[in-house]
Design a protein around this ligand. Sequence first.
Ligand code: GGG
Length: 357
Amino acid sequence: MKKSIALLPGDGIGKEVVEATVEILKAIGEQFNHQFQFNYGLIGGDAIDQKGNPLPEETIAICKESDAIILGAVGGPKWDHNPVELRPERGLLALRKELDLFANLRPIKTFESLLDSSPLKKEYVDGVDFVIVRELTGGLYFGKPSERIVRDGEDAVVDTLLYKRYEIERILVSAFEIAQKRRKHVTSVDKANVLESSRVWREVAEEVAARYPDVTLEHMLVDNAAMQLIRSPRQFDVIATENMFGDILSDEASMITGSLGMLSSASLSSGGLHLYEPVHGSAPDIAGQNIANPIATILSAATLLRQSFGLEEEAKAIEKAVENVLNSGKRTADLAEGGKSISTKQMSEEIINALAD
Ligand code: GGG
């Protein structure tokens, strides 16, 4: 198979984890006789420094000419005081909008050998396997106005939580479709006791649920969901929620797996060009040290092979190799609890060796 993959390493550890992932994809290409062509593009802070724009036109073109996209991470203190249009995160948000990457799937699954790495009790996290389906192109992160204003003579600020009804419907449809292939349970998370947007979200969830009689729909307030994720995470199968709630809940849920460095994601578009990225950000405190955990990005690449290229065997080979390396006790620093750890590059090499086993 011949396929092209746009690579947007971005900032901080984004570069290191994407490089580690490219090595895995090259190894898979050799092992299974595929030709993957890699097209590099700038995004985030790096793109601001080199092109004066967090999402240059060339990057959009590179993505559109490719069959799938892998992104590392964006952001860093260097650009924290930039005007809003010159912030690294703007690049990522604009790319999501440009490609209509509306459905962000974030699987939360514990690895047997990492059960002791979670700050939660082992008996609670054992067997956890759910997916957060986060709406990614609407809500507070995109609504206008979003600005500082003067209200009643006082300095004030406004962000806008805006959803078109179809945007709510399509993300819930995605969640129900996924649930149908899993344990057939959707937990729709909202704040319907306070927010009008959440009350409409609930209405739409009920309408969509009526089309999927084999799937059970449960509504849960976001504050309760935050608590339930810690109290009994095994209850969840598919969590469907809006953009900001999904952003927050998935970082919380990463602790079930032991590290944010373990959480992969797929952002699916209406047009068929999908983006795969780790849930974590650019981690400027450890950038450039070759100690970041590349597994989230490597698992995102496995999902890419399955979802975008239909390469199930290759995806499984990567997932199995990751599991075997973790079973052998090898850990990057985030999971080593102060003990012996291996570098980003070494983790990638270990996974490549395990692919050959
Ligand atoms: N790899 C994810 C990443 O770079 N995240 C940085 C960030 O701020 N993202 C905003 C968001 O996910 O909504």
